[in-house]
Write a protein that binds this ligand. Structure first.
Ligand SMILES: Cc1ncc(COP(=O)(O)O)c(C=O)c1O
Length: 376
């Protein structure tokens, strides 16, 4: 059976070349794998143009493992982290810091609003005990892009440390502004399979992080020191994921890097928004704040709409959608990332239109958005 196209923000649809790169075994201590691993680390630094200042520390696991490892390694036990919060992934950072026993101050926003650098400036002026700012670049729960360059400017002016979760933006949106650490993962805009995260960390910052981490496996300082010394991972590496990520990185470079990938996703996003709004779906975000990564639409208010039934039918037609992740409003999300172009997006919009017609779903009347309580 033909595989469905994943319109989800990772795992996502990968190319045939990336899939084929997984069809072999690698010895984790073999020189071939060691060379491949070294090359992947260099290529990841190049994506952010950070090879002269930062080091790349890969880590087994999903994206959250890398976020927790970054926070636990970079923030000392007496650190104090400012977290601007405009969605679920910012809240996850707050939660991780609370579990780690690190002091946190949050600035809360509505889910439809991006973070404002001026508020971070004011918070840093008000409380000089803050040592770090933790920013989510693209808040994937809504698809909002936070203004990293402006935030980085403010954080640098206050001589604080910026930690960035760039999970769903890295490789598609330029990384602008100075950061001490940034995390992302193999299975997002680099178009690899999921299973490996990585951190790009300013070398002089990481050198001071020995002993900070609460955990052995999530200690990025220890992972780095060992990898520099032995060229090997401390614990069994996800060898096939590293190999596939290498293939995906070669394709990323051949495509034209961040500018070209961002342009393809931008086109996917435009075609998606245009097609869906023509059908009558309403965008959750103001289009100005939309990252070309994933788009949140209000769920239809018609009682004939049931996400699971709708999802199943669109899935039968070859496309995998994503549920909403907002606290108050019922939504659905459609990703625009992965090894797909605007033709796939057009076909997906057709499948959605056919499903709307088959299931007799009336699309929005003004003001008729569903709250989560009314969602079935
Ligand atoms: C911004 C952001 N941070 C963190 C994560 C967590 O990644 P994972 O689900 O791979 O642990 C995601 C996942 O989509 C994300 O989009």
């Amino acid at each position: 059976m033909k595989e469905p196209i994943l319109l989800t923000p990772g795992p996502l649809t990968t190319s045939t070349a990336t899939k084929l790169a997984m069809v072999r075994d690698w010895g984790s201590r073999d020189t071939g794998f060691i060379q491949l691993n070294r090359r992947v680390r260099e290529m990841l630094l190049d994506v952010a143009k950070a090879r002269d200042t930062h080091v790349c520390v890969p880590l087994q696991g999903s994206g959250t493992f890398a976020v927790e490892a970054m926070l636990g390694t970079l923030v000392p036990k007496n650190g104090h982290v400012l977290v601007p919060v405009n969605g679920a992934y910012c809240k996850r950072i707050q939660r991780i810091l609370a579990i780690l026993g690190r002091r946190v101050t949050a600035i809360d926003y509505e889910e439809r609003e991006p973070v404002r650098a001026a508020d971070i400036d004011a918070a840093l002026k008000k409380d000089s005990s803050i040592t770090h700012v933790a920013l989510v670049h693209c808040e994937t729960s809504t698809g909002a892009l936070n203004p990293m360059a402006d935030v980085a400017g403010v954080v640098a002016r206050h001589k604080k440390s910026l930690l960035v979760d760039a999970m769903s933006s890295f490789a598609a949106v330029p990384i602008e502004g100075a950061f001490d650490a940034l995390v992302a993962a193999s299975g997002k805009c680099l178009e690899g399979p999921p299973g490996m995260g990585f951190a790009l960390i300013r070398k002089i910052a990481l050198e001071n992080c020995a002993g900070n981490a609460h955990s052995l496996v999530l200690d990025l300082h220890d992972q780095w020191v060992n990898m520099e010394k032995t060229s090997q991972w401390r614990f069994t590496p996800p060898t096939v994921i590293v190999a596939a990520l290498h293939a995906a990185l070669e394709q990323f470079v051949a495509e034209g890097g961040v500018a070209a990938r961002g342009a393809r996703y931008g086109r996917n996003c435009e075609v998606l928004i245009d097609g869906m709004t023509r059908l009558g779906f309403k965008l959750f975000l103001d289009a100005r704040h939309q990252a070309p990564v994933i788009v949140t639409f209000h769920a239809p208010s018609d009682p004939n709409y049931d996400f699971q039934r709708f999802y199943d039918r669109v899935r039968e037609k070859g496309f995998v959608l994503y549920p909403g992740k907002l606290t108050q409003i019922d939504t659905l999300r459609v990703g625009c990332i992965g090894a797909i172009d605007e033709h796939a997006i057009r076909a997906a919009v057709h499948a959605i239109a056919d499903t709307v017609a088959e299931q007799n779903i009336r699309l929005h009347e003004p003001g008729a958005f569903r709250s989560r309580q009314h969602a079935s």
